[in-house]
Design a protein around this ligand. Structure first.
Ligand SMILES: [Zn+2]
Length: 230
């Protein structure tokens, strides 16, 4: 049965080759969503101390912070930029979920998920989500859940404005832009959640989201995971 499956995959690959979203080259049938070469070349942060790293220092003392991790460095001239662009704008929710599973498998042995009993994705505004068809951060969260078995908590927090991209704003404008950007719409029945986003820049958006959650759930501990860090 396995050999039939392999044969079918090889055949399908021959008539409709699957391309790596990063280098655009044909992938082998044993390669899943990104070719092995590109996966090996990604600029990983190798963060394994989850309470002493640059991400942790961004959020320290802003809410009850658990652990933090960013998987890869995000730079415009690197493959990580191509990867994030594809999973965000390329109609590739499967790629986001795949990367979520990868990061989870990587940090699970280091105890990152200990005590975490729920996963929350930073929401898009409903108009943005409707346009894109999916929320890439929610897909990353599902990938993490696939590996850890920790449930994804949906609809606990919503984005109140369809704010423009943060990328080209000064830090003062960014802070202003995210004021009351999120609203916690229901209590979260967890003690320690993991808040997931795709790309971390200044941390203003994630802080705003975490504080909205913390306001409604004052005893909750919040850990932060992003796929990439600028
Ligand atoms: Zn590739």
């Amino acid at each position: 049965m396995a050999s039939l499956r392999t044969w079918l995959c090889d055949f399908l690959n021959l008539i409709s080759p699957r391309l790596c979203p990063v280098c655009n080259k044909h992938m082998d049938s044993n390669e899943e969503k990104v070719c092995e070469h590109c996966l090996n070349q990604l600029p990983y942060t190798y963060i394994t101390d989850f309470q002493d790293n640059p991400v942790f220092r961004l959020f320290e003392r802003k809410f009850r912070l658990g652990r933090t991790h960013s998987y890869i460095r995000y730079q415009h001239d690197l493959n990580s930029h191509l990867l994030v662009t594809q999973l965000k704008y390329g109609h590739r929710p499967d790629l986001a979920r795949f990367m979520g599973s990868r990061v989870a498998r990587e940090i699970l042995p280091y105890g990152f998920f200990t005590d975490i009993d729920g996963i929350v994705a930073v929401p898009l505004h409903w108009i943005r989500q409707w346009q894109r068809g999916y929320n890439q951060s929610a897909q990353i969260a599902l990938g993490i859940s696939d590996v850890t078995g920790i449930p994804v908590i949906k609809d606990a927090v919503k984005r109140t404005r369809n704010n423009e991209s943060q990328t080209h704003k000064t830090s003062v404008k960014r802070a202003k832009n995210v004021e009351n950007l999120f609203q916690s719409v229901s209590g979260i029945p967890c003690r320690h959640i993991l808040l997931v986003d795709d790309v971390l820049t200044t941390g203003a958006t994630l802080t705003s989201c975490a504080q909205a959650i913390a306001q409604r759930n004052p005893r909750i501990t919040i850990s932060i995971l992003t796929l990439a860090k600028a």
